[in-house]
Design a protein around this ligand. Structure first.
Ligand code: FES
Length: 68
């Protein structure tokens, strides 16, 4: 599912960013260049949802981390 139509960013892209450590609003905005290049900024208004998706992906990126 697309989370940013202007830049063609998908939920999968956000999960990948989360696994790479981009889990804050600023980090996600910078990573995906939200509110730049004349984009509408609609997705930036919903940044909380993107943070939640990224954070969940980050938490599940290493399933064996809790085995220790
Ligand atoms: S929907 Fe993301 S900048 Fe327009």
């Amino acid at each position: 599912m697309y989370v940013c139509l202007c830049n063609g960013i998908t939920e999968s892209d956000v999960r990948e960013a989360g696994r790479a450590g981009h889990v804050t609003p600023c980090a996600l905005k910078a990573k995906f260049k939200l509110k730049e290049n004349g984009c509408c900024g609609r997705c930036a208004k919903n940044i909380g949802e993107l943070v939640e998706i990224a954070t969940q992906a980050s938490a599940t990126s290493c399933p064996r981390a809790t085995d220790r």
